[in-house]
Design a protein around this ligand. Sequence first.
Ligand SMILES: *[C@@H]1O[C@H](CO)[C@@H](O)[C@H](O)[C@H]1NC(C)=O
Ligand SMILES: *[C@@H]1O[C@H](CO)[C@@H](O)[C@H](O)[C@H]1NC(C)=O
Ligand SMILES: *[C@@H]1O[C@H](CO)[C@@H](O)[C@H](O)[C@H]1NC(C)=O
Ligand SMILES: *[C@@H]1O[C@H](CO)[C@@H](O)[C@H](O)[C@H]1NC(C)=O
Ligand SMILES: *[C@@H]1O[C@H](CO)[C@@H](O)[C@H](O)[C@H]1NC(C)=O
Ligand SMILES: *[C@@H]1O[C@H](CO)[C@@H](O)[C@H](O)[C@H]1NC(C)=O
Ligand SMILES: *[C@@H]1O[C@H](CO)[C@@H](O)[C@H](O)[C@H]1NC(C)=O
Ligand SMILES: *[C@@H]1O[C@H](CO)[C@@H](O)[C@H](O)[C@H]1NC(C)=O
Ligand SMILES: *[C@@H]1O[C@H](CO)[C@@H](O)[C@H](O)[C@H]1NC(C)=O
Ligand SMILES: *[C@@H]1O[C@H](CO)[C@@H](O)[C@H](O)[C@H]1NC(C)=O
Length: 435
Amino acid sequence: MELTNFNSGSDSSSSPTHKTTLLSIIFNKETKRPIISFLLILPLSFVLLQQLTPLQPLSFFLLTFSTNENESENENGTRCDYTKGKWVRNERVSYYTEECPFLDPGFQCVHNGRNDTGYMYWRWQPHGCDLPMFNASDMLERSRNGRIVFAGDSIGRNQWESLVCMLAKGVGNGSRIYEQFGNPITKHRGFLSLVFQDYNLTVEYYRAPMLVTVDRLPPNVSSGGPIKGAVRVDMLPHLAGRWAGADVLVFNTGHWWSEDKITKMGNYIQVGKTINMTMDIKEAFQLSLETVTNWATSNPQLSKAHIFFRSFSPSHYTNGTWDTNGTCRRETEPWISTSGFRFRFEPEPWSNAITVRAVEEMKRGGRNARYLDITHPTELRKDGHPSSHREPGTPPHAAEDCSHWCLPGVPDMWNEILYASLLSMNYNTKNSNNT
Ligand SMILES: *[C@@H]1O[C@H](CO)[C@@H](O)[C@H](O)[C@H]1NC(C)=O
Ligand SMILES: *[C@@H]1O[C@H](CO)[C@@H](O)[C@H](O)[C@H]1NC(C)=O
Ligand SMILES: *[C@@H]1O[C@H](CO)[C@@H](O)[C@H](O)[C@H]1NC(C)=O
Ligand SMILES: *[C@@H]1O[C@H](CO)[C@@H](O)[C@H](O)[C@H]1NC(C)=O
Ligand SMILES: *[C@@H]1O[C@H](CO)[C@@H](O)[C@H](O)[C@H]1NC(C)=O
Ligand SMILES: *[C@@H]1O[C@H](CO)[C@@H](O)[C@H](O)[C@H]1NC(C)=O
Ligand SMILES: *[C@@H]1O[C@H](CO)[C@@H](O)[C@H](O)[C@H]1NC(C)=O
Ligand SMILES: *[C@@H]1O[C@H](CO)[C@@H](O)[C@H](O)[C@H]1NC(C)=O
Ligand SMILES: *[C@@H]1O[C@H](CO)[C@@H](O)[C@H](O)[C@H]1NC(C)=O
Ligand SMILES: *[C@@H]1O[C@H](CO)[C@@H](O)[C@H](O)[C@H]1NC(C)=O
């Protein structure tokens, strides 16, 4: 269930959230009319918006910032806080172009009619230190015979495509990179694996928007009632077994965890065999991350893995919301700095605090885990979204996509931080014996 397989099965585009269940998104993949992709954007955007409203308790804010997850060691051996800094104009820094063959159409904004390209040429400058440039050949060499795995929602696929394109620049012969099963790079696939043949490396993406199983009804619940599907907080998705054995494992989730996406769409929380109609979404989110954490700390195949959990990626709707013609189309410049910036004082998205705790739990369980904190730098990039320049075929008056990111673009910086973190962890598959 991506932002893309959102099939309402209805010709009405006015209120997709009421016509579509999470289940239909997952189990109904055959429809590929252009309108689908547009319908998909709507509810996600709404969720994003919900998560950024300033209603969360201050405690979440304090909790997140009481950790030291926002620091990484740089080459000098000093601590560097990548979460504080500013965006600096840099015409030379673009690791790849929109012609990268591994980008899906939804992220190729210029191809889709965007006529400003400035969003591609900004680099994040942390206060007091530098974020190392991404070195594709170095990253490839360090990843030889390895597996890099992304598991999460479509914003995770956004980051995966960015990394694949960044790495592809380090390979002389582009034809030595291919999808393992010959599948096209599209949002309609739940699993994609790019093989870098010269390095015996795979870079894989698993669609798992909630990281746990979203399932059909339990057998003793009658169909036709209010319950349409179940989010099984204590069960990982079917393909999760393949996350194990990764050398680098990057999780993300958050956008789908809202009342609007779960209960209002007829999906209920299931614990064991029991549907729980009253459980709070935040508690369900926390239980789900505990499931992920317990799995990650107990699976021996992950004892040498470098595990990351990416923080929440903000969306930017102005002059309305996703369903009231909210827009980001006129945004061509980022907010420059986190200093003196109003958003700095907005609460963290609530999911971040729970994510931080999950990472701490993994560390306590002996895992090499890091919180990949990109929320604040990303929040400044109101200029980075596809807006109305989405997949070809999207209706002209469709709601804008102010949730995903144009590529090249903002997720490249997330991967710079990922790379910098890996350097500070002395990442090299030669050092690990796990298979
Ligand atoms: C992490 O960043 C926050 C603000 O962004 C800062 O207050 C905090 O001191 C940083 N963490 C550490 C351990 O320095
Ligand atoms: C770019 O496109 C916008 C509409 O998206 C339009 O208003 C603007 O005039 C265009 N600018 C140029 C330089 O073509
Ligand atoms: C290392 O330290 C020097 C001097 O303090 C500084 O100029 C440089 O930016 C630092 N390097 C990194 C990667 O932070
Ligand atoms: C990238 O890494 C390779 C291998 O470590 C090194 O030889 C090369 O100099 C690096 N390139 C840059 C621009 O730092
Ligand atoms: C490729 O990598 C896998 C581990 O991911 C390893 O088992 C296999 O032996 C490697 N193949 C070659 C030809 O090195
Ligand atoms: C690229 O690799 C393919 C497959 O290995 C090979 O057929 C082709 O000749 C190579 N091209 C160049 C320019 O090296
Ligand atoms: C379904 O059966 C399980 C036991 O098998 C029971 O705990 C549960 O309450 C039943 N009903 C619902 C709605 O889950
Ligand atoms: C549902 O979850 C809430 C909160 O954890 C709990 O208090 C309640 O007992 C649960 N209900 C059922 C039927 O398990
Ligand atoms: C804001 O929305 C109103 C009403 O839909 C519209 O008339 C106006 O042009 C919009 N302004 C911007 C900056 O998009
Ligand atoms: C959004 O714009 C469409 C035309 O593009 C208009 O019909 C509709 O009334 C607008 N909705 C809102 C809530 O302003």
